[in-house]
Structures are given as structure tokens and as C-alpha cells.
Design a protein around this ligand. Structure first.
Ligand code: HEC
Ligand code: HEC
Ligand code: HEC
Ligand code: HEC
Ligand code: HEC
Ligand code: HEC
Ligand code: HEC
Ligand code: HEC
Ligand code: HEC
Length: 353
């Protein structure tokens, strides 16, 4: 309570001082004017819920960032008088970031997709829990994407999404992909590797990269690449064998009820088959298939799932495929022979022979 009064005291005192030598008539609001108050490390506000909001910000806050040449009011452009009577609004990044801008910001509008994304639409509907640009990119410490200090760099972005998607992040961290990324393996997908960066949609939206019938395609960007997978000793044929399987063919025709990669492997908790917690560990396969094939017993799920019927290593499946291949050829030959013999007989009868 005392802190609150003290803080309020400081605000008023500083306000009076500031107003003494600076009036709203001043056209340019310079950095020094902001740091009179915001340059004090102890400058903070106690919120109604008792939490403390740190209001300390100086030129140093921007140092090394992509915006270090910008002044405070370039971004906080609604602050036009000191002391500012109202709490400044949240910063609009697209004030400078648009194609054709004269501010020196990159001439790109790739992030425009954000406005049509699940997040952008939620904000437009007034959901303040959804992210604005700065909730992903940071406020003062914004760096180029490739910079390891960036909140959206390959290695940091999962943690950034995870600030809001807490449970999913916790699962992801223990998955093969999360573990690999934490070890610095940049080939492994962060959240954005499957969902995209700005064009993130609801998973039930057909535009989404993780919509049921798009999942296989999304996993394939890495798992169909021999170049990437050979580094980790993982087969790259999983995608092709899936596409040739009953599930894959049906999914290709648009079925959303058949299994996609994630129905068998999990989503944010994907683990290698030898991990006892993996949904495709031999022990767990009957339960995994059983989600959709009620009463699936261990026999139903017996045998390898990703089989290439053209390879001898596939055992019985290879020989079954071989048997059916020759059976088909044999039947076709017999049929053709039958037609020829029949035609031969008919012509002879017509000629009256
Ligand atoms: C006289 C002291 C004073 C000066 C000078 C001052 N501010 Fe503030 N500022 C405050 C106070 C007090 C608050 C808290 C307002 C509130 O939350 O109701 C604040 C809040 C803010 C916030 C919002 C923080 C939040 O909660 O998101 C921003 C941004 C800000 N100031 C920017 C500036 C800028 C930019 C300048 C210089 C042009 C400036 N301020 C100058 C006192 C000052
Ligand atoms: C690149 C744009 C940019 C510049 C330049 C900038 N700010 Fe900010 N500032 C932000 C963003 C974004 C936030 C987060 C709140 C929001 O969403 O608007 C923020 C938040 C703040 C806050 C609230 C406390 C906090 O850290 O969240 C204060 C105070 C503040 N800025 C003061 C300043 C001062 C003083 C300067 C000049 C030294 C400055 N800002 C320069 C973008 C900027
Ligand atoms: C006052 C104009 C201005 C505002 C407002 C602004 N930016 Fe920038 N931004 C720039 C400029 C100029 C650059 C280019 C800096 C450079 O290349 O040296 C830039 C660069 C960037 C980059 C680096 C792009 C790259 O090359 O990879 C990112 C990311 C970025 N800004 C994000 C934001 C975000 C997020 C906000 C809102 C919090 C924001 N900006 C607000 C002017 C602005
Ligand atoms: C949900 C999180 C998120 C939101 C919200 C978001 N971004 Fe990004 N942004 C990213 C990620 C992740 C990347 C990195 C892309 C990559 O790895 O190449 C990125 C990259 C960028 C870049 C640099 C590359 C480029 O495309 O030029 C800019 C500039 C940028 N964002 C601006 C914005 C602006 C402006 C907004 C708001 C209109 C915004 N972002 C909203 C996550 C986000
Ligand atoms: C390997 C690919 C992959 C990665 C990596 C990934 N996701 Fe997902 N995510 C998916 C798929 C596939 C779905 C759709 C699940 C479904 O259809 O039920 C999904 C669904 C979601 C959903 C909506 C469904 C729900 O359970 O709420 C959210 C939110 C989400 N992901 C956030 C994240 C976040 C945050 C991260 C990073 C920590 C992440 N994802 C990493 C593939 C991935
Ligand atoms: C500031 C908090 C915040 C951040 C940061 C954030 N999100 Fe979200 N996200 C939300 C909220 C809130 C929703 C729900 C929007 C709605 O539908 O109203 C959402 C929705 C989603 C959905 C759709 C959920 C569904 O049911 O399919 C996905 C996918 C998603 N976010 C992924 C991500 C990814 C990936 C990142 C990081 C690049 C990220 N989010 C960063 C708050 C956040
Ligand atoms: C951005 C690339 C990328 C995407 C997208 C991706 N993965 Fe992976 N995945 C990897 C890498 C790299 C590894 C190897 C990590 C390691 O071994 O450390 C891996 C490992 C795996 C493993 C463990 C294999 C083993 O035997 O160790 C499975 C299972 C897996 N991924 C399934 C999936 C599924 C299912 C999807 C789609 C929902 C998917 N992955 C999307 C890159 C990716
Ligand atoms: C997401 C749900 C789902 C999962 C998980 C799933 N399947 Fe299926 N599967 C289907 C659907 C739907 C069909 C279409 C035919 C039907 O309704 O039985 C099908 C068809 C099949 C077929 C061919 C047609 C038939 O009924 O004989 C086989 C074989 C099969 N699945 C085996 C498996 C095995 C083995 C597993 C576990 C490793 C599995 N499935 C996991 C949904 C699933
Ligand atoms: C019907 C269930 C099912 C579907 C659908 C499925 N898998 Fe699998 N997957 C398995 C099972 C079971 C294993 C364990 C090994 C085996 O039986 O082949 C496995 C193994 C794997 C492995 C590990 C291989 C290795 O060398 O260690 C990867 C990677 C993989 N699958 C990726 C995928 C991808 C990518 C897709 C989608 C294109 C997919 N799977 C679709 C059930 C499935």
C-alpha cells in the first residue's frame, strides 16, 4: 500500500517537474524527455491485481536491435505531450512495415498473412489473449530472424509460442522433434515447421497446413527427403509407403476419417518407435489402431506398418504381392487366349468350314 502511494507520489512529482520545462506545444518529443521518468530503473507501476509492471526503458533497451536508430516516439507515436495523460496505446508495427514504406523497413508484406490467420482474426474480434506482432517478435529487443537473440529464431520460437500454448509446449519439449531442436538440430521442426509463421490457421480450417488431409504433405517436407533423413538414419520411404497404403489412398481422395501420419504417431508428442511411450511402439500399436478399428487385437496390428511391397525384406508381403502379380498376369493371358480361340472358332463357323 505504502509502495503505491510512494509510486504515485513519484509520478506526480515528476509530472510537475516535466510540465515545468516542457509544454504540449513542443513539436518534437525527444528521448531525454521520456527518460526523465522511464530512465529510472525503479520506475514501475503496481497493477490492480498486485502485479508489478516495469516501466523502465532507455536508449539501451533498443541497443543492437533492428530499430536502434528509431526514437521512442517513432513507435509510441501517440505520445504527443508530456506528461502523457493517457496510457499510450499498444504499438502498431504496420505503421512502418508495409510495402512501399519510406521508413527503411524491409519492403516485404509477407506478414500480411497474419491478419487472415487465426491470431489476427481473434484480435480483430477483440480477443486480447491472441498475439499482436510484438507478442511474438518482442517489444524493444527485436532482432533479425536469423539472429540467435530473436524471439522467433528457429531455436527460440517454440518457447515464444509456448508462453501462451503452455500444455502443447510442455508435450512438444519431450517429443523427438523438441528434443532434437533443443540439441541444436535445426532440421527438426519448431512449431512453425508444421504450422507456418504468419499463416497459422485453426486446425479444422481447410487452409491450415495441419488440416487432416494436409498432414502427410507437411511431414513429407522433411520425411520424404533422403538428404535430410539419411543424416539421422531414418528411412525416407515412410511417406511413399503411406501414400500407397489404404489410409494414404483414401486420404488422397479427401477422407478425413482415415489415419494420417499424426493419427498413428501423435501430434506434439511424436517419439521414435523404440521409445516405450511412442504410440507406434509395438506394445502400444493395438491401442493406437483400436482408436478407429474397435476391437483391434495384437494380430490386427501385427507386422510392419510402413511396408514397401517391392522390397524382398518385406517378407510375406513381398511374396504375396509377387503371387498376385503373376496371378493377374496369368489370368490376363488365359483371358486373351480364350478370346482369340473364340474369335477363331466364330470365323471358321461363319466361313462354313
Ligand atoms: C512525467 C513522467 C513521464 C514521462 C516524461 C513519460 N512517461 Fe510514459 N508513462 C508514465 C507513467 C506514469 C505511465 C503509466 C501510465 C499508466 O499505465 O496509467 C507511463 C506509461 C508509458 C507507456 C505504457 C506502458 C504500458 O503499460 O504499456 C509507454 C509506452 C510510455 N509511457 C511511453 C513514453 C514515451 C515514449 C515517453 C516520451 C515521449 C514517455 N512515456 C514519457 C510517465 C511518464
Ligand atoms: C520499434 C518500436 C519501439 C521503439 C523505438 C520504442 N518502443 Fe517502447 N515499446 C514498444 C512495444 C512494441 C512495447 C510493448 C507494448 C506494446 O505492445 O505496445 C513497448 C513498451 C514500452 C514501455 C512499457 C514497458 C515495457 O517494457 O513493456 C515503455 C515504458 C516504453 N516502451 C518506452 C519506450 C521508450 C522510453 C523508448 C525510447 C527509448 C521506446 N519505448 C522505444 C515499441 C517500441
Ligand atoms: C518507426 C518505424 C518502425 C516501426 C513502428 C516498426 N519497425 Fe520494424 N523496422 C523498421 C526499420 C527501418 C527496419 C529495418 C532496420 C534495418 O534493416 O536496419 C525494421 C526492421 C524490422 C525487422 C527485421 C526484418 C529483417 O530484416 O529480418 C523486424 C522483425 C521488425 N522490424 C519487426 C517490427 C515489429 C514487430 C514492430 C512492432 C513492434 C516494428 N517492427 C515496428 C521500422 C519500424
Ligand atoms: C504468431 C507469431 C507471430 C506473429 C503474431 C507475427 N510474426 Fe512476424 N514472424 C514470426 C516468425 C516465427 C518469423 C520467422 C520466419 C522465418 O523463420 O523465416 C517471422 C518473421 C517476420 C519478419 C521477417 C521476415 C519477413 O517476412 O520479412 C518480419 C518483418 C515480421 N515477421 C513482421 C511481422 C509483423 C509486422 C507482424 C504483425 C502484423 C508479425 N510479424 C506478426 C512470427 C510472428
Ligand atoms: C510435427 C508437426 C507439428 C509441430 C512441430 C507442432 N504442431 Fe501443433 N499441430 C500439428 C497437427 C498435425 C495438429 C492438428 C491436430 C488435429 O488434427 O487434431 C496441430 C494442432 C495444434 C493446435 C490446435 C489443437 C490443439 O490441441 O489445441 C495448436 C494450438 C498447436 N498445434 C500449437 C502448436 C505449438 C504451440 C507448437 C510448438 C510448441 C506446435 N503446435 C508444434 C502439428 C505440429
Ligand atoms: C499471446 C499469446 C499467443 C502466442 C504468442 C501464440 N498464440 Fe496461438 N493462439 C493464441 C490464442 C488466444 C488462440 C485462440 C484464437 C481463437 O481461436 O480465438 C490461438 C490459436 C492458435 C492456433 C489454432 C488453434 C486450433 O484450435 O487449431 C494455432 C495452431 C496456434 N495458435 C499456433 C501458434 C503458434 C505456432 C505460435 C507461435 C509461432 C503461437 N500460436 C503463438 C494465443 C497465442
Ligand atoms: C522440419 C522437418 C520435419 C517435419 C516437418 C517433421 N519432421 Fe519428423 N523428424 C525430423 C527430424 C530431423 C527427425 C530426427 C530427429 C533426431 O533423430 O534427432 C525427425 C524424427 C521423427 C520421428 C522419429 C523417427 C526415429 O525412428 O527416430 C518420427 C516418428 C517423426 N519424425 C514423425 C514425424 C511426423 C509424423 C511428422 C508430421 C506430423 C513429422 N515428423 C514432421 C524432421 C521433421
Ligand atoms: C484415425 C483413424 C484410424 C487409425 C488410427 C487407423 N486406421 Fe486403419 N482405417 C481407418 C479407416 C476410416 C479405414 C477405412 C475402412 C474402414 O472403415 O474400416 C481404415 C482402413 C484400414 C485397412 C484396410 C481396410 C480394412 O478395414 O481392412 C487396414 C488394413 C487398416 N486400416 C489397418 C490399420 C492399422 C494396422 C492401424 C494401426 C497401426 C490403423 N489402421 C489405424 C482409420 C484408421
Ligand atoms: C496406420 C498407422 C501409421 C500411419 C498412418 C503412419 N505411420 Fe509411420 N509408423 C507406424 C508404425 C507402426 C511404425 C513403427 C515401425 C513400422 O512398423 O514400420 C512407424 C514408423 C515410422 C517412422 C520411423 C522409421 C524408422 O526408420 O525408424 C517414421 C519416420 C514414420 N513412421 C513416419 C511417418 C510419416 C511421415 C507418415 C505419414 C506420411 C506416417 N509415418 C504414417 C505407423 C503409421
Amino acid at each position: 500500500m505504502r509502495g503505491k502511494f510512494l509510486a504515485a507520489g513519484i509520478f506526480i512529482a515528476l509530472g510537475v517537474v516535466a510540465q515545468g520545462f516542457w509544454t504540449p506545444a513542443d513539436a518534437k518529443v525527444s528521448l531525454e524527455k521520456c527518460t526523465i521518468c522511464h530512465g529510472k530503473p525503479e520506475f514501475r507501476k503496481i497493477l490492480v491485481d498486485g502485479k508489478i509492471r516495469d516501466l523502465f526503458a532507455t536508449e539501451d533497451s533498443l541497443k543492437g536491435s533492428v530499430h536502434e536508430k528509431k526514437t521512442c516516439v517513432d513507435c509510441h507515436f501517440d505520445v504527443s505531450e508530456i506528461p502523457h495523460r493517457q496510457r499510450p496505446k499498444r504499438v502498431t508495427c504496420t505503421h512502418c512495415h508495409y510495402k512501399g514504406n519510406a521508413e527503411g523497413a524491409p519492403q516485404s508484406d509477407a506478414y500480411l498473412e497474419y491478419f487472415g490467420s487465426v491470431h489476427g482474426k481473434a484480435i480483430a474480434k477483440g480477443n486480447t489473449k491472441a498475439p499482436l506482432c510484438q507478442d511474438c517478435h518482442g517489444s524493444h529487443a527485436i532482432f533479425k530472424v536469423k539472429d540467435p537473440g530473436s524471439h522467433v529464431s528457429r531455436l527460440s520460437v517454440a518457447e515464444t509460442c509456448g508462453r501462451c500454448h503452455i500444455e502443447i509446449y510442455a508435450q512438444y519439449k519431450t517429443s523427438i522433434h523438441g528434443v532434437a531442436l533443443a540439441r541444436g538440430i535445426t532440421e527438426a521442426p519448431a512449431c512453425t515447421g508444421c504450422h507456418g509463421e504468419h499463416k497459422i490457421y485453426d486446425h479444422k480450417d481447410p487452409k491450415s497446413s495441419v488440416y487432416a488431409t494436409h498432414v502427410a504433405e507437411q511431414c513429407s517436407t522433411c520425411h520424404a527427403s533422403v538428404l535430410i533423413m539419411s543424416k539421422f538414419g531414418i528411412e525416407a520411404e515412410q511417406v511413399a509407403t503411406y501414400q500407397n497404403s489404404f489410409h494414404g489412398v483414401a486420404s488422397g481422395f479427401g477422407s478425413r476419417t482415415v489415419a494420417n501420419c499424426a493419427s498413428c504417431h501423435g501430434i506434439h508428442d511424436i517419439r521414435p518407435p523404440e521409445d516405450p511411450l511412442s504410440m507406434v511402439n509395438p506394445k502400444n500399436v493395438p491401442t493406437t489402431c483400436g482408436k478407429c478399428h474397435p476391437g483391434a487385437n495384437p494380430n490386427f496390428a501385427l507386422g510392419k506398418m510402413h511396408v514397401d511391397s517391392h522390397s524382398k525384406e518385406s517378407g510375406i508381403i513381398y511374396y504375396t504381392a509377387l503371387f498376385f502379380k503373376y496371378l493377374t498376369i496369368g489370368t490376363m493371358l488365359a483371358l486373351i487366349a480364350h478370346i482369340f480361340l473364340d474369335m477363331y472358332g466364330r470365323t471358321r463357323r461363319l466361313r462354313g468350314e
